[in-house]
Design a protein around this ligand. Structure first.
Ligand code: AMP
Ligand code: ZN
Length: 114
């Protein structure tokens, strides 16, 4: 999508600190980290929000979660725990309208979230 920040990051048009890349996903460091580990896992295909998923996206989203959990374990977060968070729409804090999962770890997290 022409004017999407994360499409431009996934294509390399806008620089980012790459964590992982393949034909379907791009993973990079959040520019404003909220925890020692704060990476964003995005599908390369532009999907604006969780609301825009269709049943055909099930395997994609399943693989996105598997990828995030693999990265978390590679970073040694498996035992202590980590958070995988998707904000959907402004009311939940979404500011970039290209679906992304925040992988956060390396500190304690409270519940309920703010
Ligand atoms: P959200 O508020 O859930 O839409 O998350 C958007 C996230 O994107 C925030 O955590 C921002 O810090 C992050 N972000 C915004 N611009 C960039 C960028 N150029 N590179 C990396 N992360 C970014
Ligand atoms: Zn996009």
């Amino acid at each position: 999508m022409a004017n999407c920040l994360f499409c431009k990051i996934a294509s390399g048009e806008i620089p980012s600190k790459q964590v992982y890349s393949d034909d379907r996903f791009y993973v990079f460091e959040d520019i404003n980290p909220q925890a020692p580990t704060h990476v964003l896992v995005i599908p390369r295909r532009h999907i604006a929000t969780l609301n825009d998923l269709t049943p055909e996206d099930g395997p994609l989203m399943g693989d996105l979660i598997l990828l995030a959990s693999r990265i978390a374990k590679e970073r040694g977060l498996g035992e202590r725990g980590y958070r995988l968070n998707v904000n959907c729409m402004e009311g939940a804090g979404q500011t970039v309208f290209h679906l992304h999962a925040h992988l956060l770890g390396g500190r304690a997290f409270s519940w309920p979230p703010g």
